[in-house]
Design a protein around this ligand. Structure first.
Ligand SMILES: N[C@@H](CCC(=O)N[C@@H](CS)C(=O)NCC(=O)O)C(=O)O
Length: 203
């Protein structure tokens, strides 16, 4: 059995969108919880959330807990391969796909958060680099495009473009990146996910 611990309009919404793209949302029990909303300072960890830090998303598969969006997305693309949202082992593009998944969590998110909260420590920059490097990496991929993996829209487009849906001001002022974000946002799964979340948001 698959259960997704989800809070509407949060990082777990990307997992809902992925399940929609995979055509597998109906195979997952979605358990809605509350979380602390750091930006607004509202909300609280839900005692019903089994995540050890009270966060979302958390995927539970037959009792095994899978946390962190990039791991959850890899897991789901392998569990539901038919939609082609992942790149399977043996495919020559597998390494590039895994690199994007890891680069998002290991580098991009720290860079975005660092910029958002104004971290300017040189050691932080030495470890993660900064927006200039992230922008150049994205630009190189989407100029070749149309998607990060070339001609296939995959889970890495969904994962990485998601941050720009939350922070449109953070989209680099590079036409190829703006166009790629717009292409990602035009996926019908984006609107369906918003509707899914709206239906689960208390009035
Ligand atoms: N690195 C984690 C981050 C998860 C995360 O921070 N989720 C937020 C929701 S947007 C949360 O649950 N916050 C509640 C809290 O920090 O207590 C991932 O990408 O899955």
């Amino acid at each position: 059995m698959l259960t997704l611990i989800h809070a509407p309009q949060s990082r777990s919404s990307g997992v809902i969108q992925l399940l929609d793209e995979l055509g597998s949302l109906d195979q997952v029990a979605v358990q809605t919880v509350t979380v602390r909303r750091l930006r607004s300072g509202t909300g609280a960890a839900d005692p019903a959330n089994p995540h050890p830090e009270g966060k979302v998303p958390l995927l539970i598969h037959d009792g095994a807990m899978i946390r962190e969006r990039n791991a959850i997305m890899l897991y789901l693309t392998e569990l539901f391969p038919a939609a082609g949202m992942g790149i399977p082992p043996g495919d020559p593009q597998r390494g590039t796909f895994l690199s994007w998944l890891a680069y998002y969590g290991n580098v991009m998110e720290p860079v975005f958060i660092g910029q958002f909260v104004g971290i300017t420590h040189p050691a932080y920059h030495d470890v993660f680099r900064g927006m200039a490097e992230v922008t150049a990496t994205l630009q190189t991929a989407v100029e070749r495009g149309p998607w990060l993996m070339g001609d296939r829209y995959t889970a890495v487009d969904l994962l990485i473009s998601g941050v720009f849906a939350w922070a449109p001001d953070a989209v680099p002022d590079v036409p190829a990146i703006r166009d790629w974000v717009a292409r990602c946002q035009a996926r019908p799964s984006v609107a369906r996910t918003q509707a899914f979340d709206t239906a689960r948001t208390p009035a």
